[in-house]
Design a protein around this ligand. Sequence first.
Ligand code: HPA
Length: 243
Amino acid sequence: MLAIIGGTGLTQMEGLDVVSRKAVSTQWGEPSAEILTGSVGGKQVLFLARHGDPHRIPPHKVNYRANIQALKDAGASAVVAVNAVGGIHPECQPAGLMIPDQIVDYTWGREHTFFADDLDEVVHIDFSWPYDEPLRQLLLAQAERLNLKVMSQGVYGATQGPRLESAGEIQRMMRDGCDIVGMTGMPEAALAREAGLPYACIALVVNMAAGLTDEIITMTEIESALHQGMGKVLDLLNAGIRV
Ligand code: HPA
């Protein structure tokens, strides 16, 4: 069963016919919100609001381990994450979509692994290709079928937040090859890999990253792009993704 993790702007999933909602707990603590089970496009899916419902858990306080564990316990066999991001690459303009294929992790101090304590042996997962390629291709094929323009690859730079970046930090990220910047892509992707769950990301650009325009970044601008772009994300999800 596909699980959808909704980010900023996707706390409740429109189009999801909710069949059940369950408050759960895991050995890592409680997930951000109740796990919803419902159907979209005739298929059963799980849904979890990453920042809680209502939206109140900042990126560095999300219990990523509990979220991934709770979805796995609820029967998830794959995860599609929705993330609002800033655009660094010139083609990543507000309200645009990207299905990234790489990650650079700048986060720190987050509980980022299931393999820390009480181990029989040390575990190092392979993370060469952080996103699941078949799942990425499913999303891209669905987008093509819907005639939806998406960028089919790119590097997601994950920052700590909750503040936005300085212009200097964005210049460094550009030199590092990052195309988009967000605060929640990690450790979520790595934990999904550790849990054996295929994972892909739909990134919605909601602003140009710091220092790339003459303006400062405002929440009004971000909300307007979220409003403009989230319909496309919902179209993609509601079209149904067979996993
Ligand atoms: N930086 C980091 N995270 C973000 C941004 C940004 O510019 N926009 C939306 N999430």
